[in-house]
Write a protein that binds this ligand. Structure first.
Ligand SMILES: Nc1ncnc2c1ncn2[C@@H]1O[C@H](COP(=O)(O)OP(=O)(O)OP(=O)(O)O)[C@@H](O)[C@H]1O
Ligand SMILES: [Mg+2]
Length: 500
């Protein structure tokens, strides 16, 4: 705006307006009206701008919009040519937040409009502490945004929304991730901290370091991406924005590591739900209500948590005695089974099913639910049917491709002459990635990768030997039982003859 800035011109006109405001009462009404209308025209001609102020506090409370504007302008100021910036780091942020220093201006563009942002700090003395020597000055921080009045509607309806959304996204990206647990002492609850206890989540696992079949990994990553970008899709099809994953497989195959990798990939918090610490269905409901959006709710080793299948199995057994219609029993509707479990004062299958996809489970958005188990077959089909657990992911024993990821992670090598021998052994042996990783860990700083690879070969050979022995043992017992069967049928035949 040439030699005089928008804000300066604005404040000069505001000063004149103030003087006119105090003396206008000395003028007759019709003249006053005419002068006022002329004044507005003049003002619009010379200063066709509107200003919006966003204070740090409103009614004594933190103003969320101010915080979001702060984050938004922080990134803008890095990209644009603001010279005076402030760097701050809050307790819950993992990096510095940069914001505008007092009086510094930033020009932003949006849908053809030019928007001028300024930061202000007003200092005044605390009224309550006046008279005391140690009275401290109070700072009142605010941002103003100035723009041409023809964009007024657009700024209020679109631009401010855009600033808030971007600011929120930046805040979310910079915040420290948390892991929450409900497995805490009662004292914690009494101190009013809610039902979850949290600590910072700082697990280094990523999809790059996760050893598994590359195709499977890619499939999971694209599923997660589709989910995280699926806001419009979920609302279009009328589904709550959540997704369930069942991770199953033997111990040490990376189920928990996968959860950490997912959390890091999406930058979500984790709620580690310990079912044995939940008293009843309503307790479970309360816990869910205290979870936030953009989070992963995890129930590890769900088959061991509580007996959710007991009732159903008993009923199945009873049915088996009367009829042999097992298949029909299995396909019985899950709702029916859930209602059988509706007991008060207890955590039941019904409560858990409601937890996953009852109507009130849609009280937060963008949530992932993950169950892990070593025994998928032990779980009630109702609990893991598609739609509840949308993706069933098998975490299996380490194969050659997965080993290469571990070799890169632990030894920083992509190839080695011993790899061929290791590849051949992987064809014959079932070994968990956890055991492979253990052998690949450099225990001695002076040792090279050969030592670790040889350790692994030894472990694989041992496992192979054991597997062979187990196989032989099984064959022997099955031979023995076959010969026992033969002898007993012969005996029964002879006895029958004798009886006749
Ligand atoms: N697929 C994998 N990729 C990378 N590291 C792995 C993998 N599987 C296991 N590990 C390593 O082994 C350790 C144990 O793995 P993890 O706890 O994820 O196994 P799990 O499948 O959850 O086992 P459990 O069934 O006993 O809970 C991890 O700390 C990790 O270092
Ligand atoms: Mg685990």
């Amino acid at each position: 705006m040439g030699a005089i800035s928008l804000t300066e011109l604005g404040s000069k006109l505001a000063g004149l307006m103030f003087i006119w405001g105090t003396i206008q009462h000395f003028f007759p009404y019709t003249l006053r009206k005419r002068i006022n209308s002329f004044w507005h025209k003049l003002e619009n001609y010379f200063y066709p701008y509107v200003q919006i102020t966003i204070d740090e506090f409103t009614n004594g409370k933190n103003n969320d919009i101010y915080t979001q504007v702060n984050s938004y302008l922080g990134t803008k100021s890095i990209n644009k040519d603001a010279k005076y910036l402030k760097a701050e780091k809050s307790k819950n942020s993992k990096s510095f937040a940069v914001s505008l220093d007092e009086g510094e201006e930033i020009i932003d563009q949006f849908l053809g409009a030019k928007l001028s942002w300024r930061s202000h700090i007003e200092t005044f003395n605390d009224q309550n502490s006046s008279g005391r020597n140690n009275s401290r000055p109070i700072e009142k921080k605010s941002y103003t945004i100035t723009f041409n009045q023809r964009y007024k509607e657009m700024v209020i309806e679109k631009y401010l929304k855009h600033v808030m959304e971007e600011g929120k996204a930046i805040e979310f990206k910079n915040r420290k991730q948390k892991i929450y647990s409900n497995n805490c002492s009662e004292d914690w609850y009494w101190y009013g901290k809610g039902m979850w206890r949290d600590i910072n989540f700082e697990h280094p696992a990523t999809f790059d370091t996760l050893a598994m079949d590359p195709k499977k990994k890619e499939e999971i990553v694209s599923d997660l991406v589709a989910f995280s970008k699926g806001k419009d899709y979920y609302s279009k099809v009328g589904k709550a924005w959540k997704r369930g994953y069942l991770l199953y497989g033997p111990p040490g195959t990376g189920k928990s590591t996968m959860i950490a990798a997912i959390a890091n990939f999406l930058n979500y918090d984790i709620y580690d739900l310990e079912l044995t610490s939940v008293k009843d269905n309503s307790g479970l409901k309360k816990l869910l209500m205290e979870t936030t959006s953009k989070s992963i709710i995890v129930i590890e080793d769900i088959d061991c948590s509580i007996d959710l299948t007991g009732k159903r199995k008993k009923k199945k057994k009873k049915n088996e005695e009367t009829t042999n219609e097992d298949e029909e029993e299995d396909s019985e509707s899950s709702k029916e089974k859930a209602s059988e479990n509706k007991e008060t004062g207890k955590l039941t299958l019904s409560g858990l099913l409601n937890f996953i996809d009852g109507i009130w489970s849609a009280c937060g958005q963008e949530r992932i639910i993950i169950f892990t188990t070593n025994h998928k077959d032990k779980l009630d089909p109702a609990l893991i049917r598609r739609g509840r657990m949308d993706m069933h992911i098998e975490m299996s024993y380490c194969k050659y491709e997965a080993f290469k990821v571990l070799a890169r992670n632990y030894l920083n090598i992509g190839t080695h002459p011993l790899f061929q021998q290791i590849q051949d052994l992987f064809e014959e042996v079932n070994i968990s990635p956890c055991d492979v990783a253990e052998n690949l860990m450099l225990k001695n700083a002076s040792g090279g990768p050969e030592i670790c690879l040889n350790n692994l070969i030894q472990a694989l050979e041992k496992a192979k030997e054991k597997a062979n022995k187990d196989k032989e043992g099984k064959e022997k017992t099955s031979l023995n039982s076959k010969s026992i069967n033969k002898v007993s049928t012969k005996l029964v035949g002879r006895l029958k003859k004798l009886w006749k």
